[in-house]
Design a protein around this ligand. Sequence first.
Ligand SMILES: NC(=O)c1ccc[n+]([C@@H]2O[C@H](COP(=O)([O-])OP(=O)(O)OC[C@H]3O[C@@H](n4cnc5c(N)ncnc54)[C@H](O)[C@@H]3O)[C@@H](O)[C@H]2O)c1
Length: 309
Amino acid sequence: MRFDERTAIVTGAANGIGFASARDLAAQGARVVAIDCDAESLERAWARLPGQSSKPHLPLTLDVRDADAVRRVVDEALDACGGRIDILVNSAGIAGKSCPSWDVDDAEWQRVHGVNLSGTFHMIRAVLPTMRSQGYGRIVNLASIAGKEGNPSAAPYSASKAGVIGLTKSVAKEVATDGILVNCVTPALISTPMNEQVSAQHLEYMMARIPMRRAGEPDEVAALVTWLLGPLQLLDRRRLRHQWRPGHLLADRQVPCHARSQRTGHVPPRGQYHPQSVTPFPSRPNPRRRICRDGLLVLPMGLGRIGRR
Ligand SMILES: NC(=O)c1ccc[n+]([C@@H]2O[C@H](COP(=O)([O-])OP(=O)(O)OC[C@H]3O[C@@H](n4cnc5c(N)ncnc54)[C@H](O)[C@@H]3O)[C@@H](O)[C@H]2O)c1
């Protein structure tokens, strides 16, 4: 399976996107350390994770705002999982109150930033030394479209999620040559318990901006999260440098039309792409990469350019 031999920490794992991501990782062979501040829900969620019999998952109660507790819990996870942490999904988050910015008090501002931004930072800081010493790591942070667009009546939330995007890009650049990929996703409205924190008016505002006119499902976001956490050899610069040979670079997943041969129009089978059609280190901006960045994903790593020279 895709995540066999991988240990994954997922925060906010008791509900919504965190639970869906933890469940998908477990279903694909990962050992999951499920973290949440809500002990009761966490216990219930943990019991529903697949693969317990062969690989017991670990439920740990933690408030990600508490930096010392985060360090302790990550150490505990390391002890229990043989000293490896391969994956971190930062999904713990809160929406905060729906109200105009002039009605936001200091406590509310700090509460929302404490969970969404500081919590994400605490977790990243705690796992990076291990990931760097392993020379391998995958981190996905849950940001939000609110961090890119700025939602009215959600200033603390929008600002904290913009912070998560900046944090993601900054850390990604620091560790890009250490075998560690750091990304974030920026979903719009998703059907999860979080929406109970938000006013009906605010939900209506968000729904009106969704072209499909429906909320997303946690499973849909989890599929994207696990894709980003998967074995994307194309994104791993060290592997590219040392191991790149025509023919195996694109074995993982690509859009066939981009690999169409310039001369013959022939689409080669999976894993046997024409060397001319692959440029691992792009000299020009990749239009597909821009689409990703301005759409749902932030992909700060150097994506290989696929297509015609
Ligand atoms: N649901 C949406 O519409 C939506 C849209 C965009 C982004 N997001 C983001 O996705 C992430 C997951 O959201 P969700 O919709 O699954 O929410 P959710 O409320 O269903 O789950 C969030 C989980 O985080 C936990 N949590 C809250 N504060 C915590 C803390 N201090 N320490 C540890 N755990 C804590 C909660 O107990 C809960 O189990 C959040 O970061 C959220 O901002 C959600």
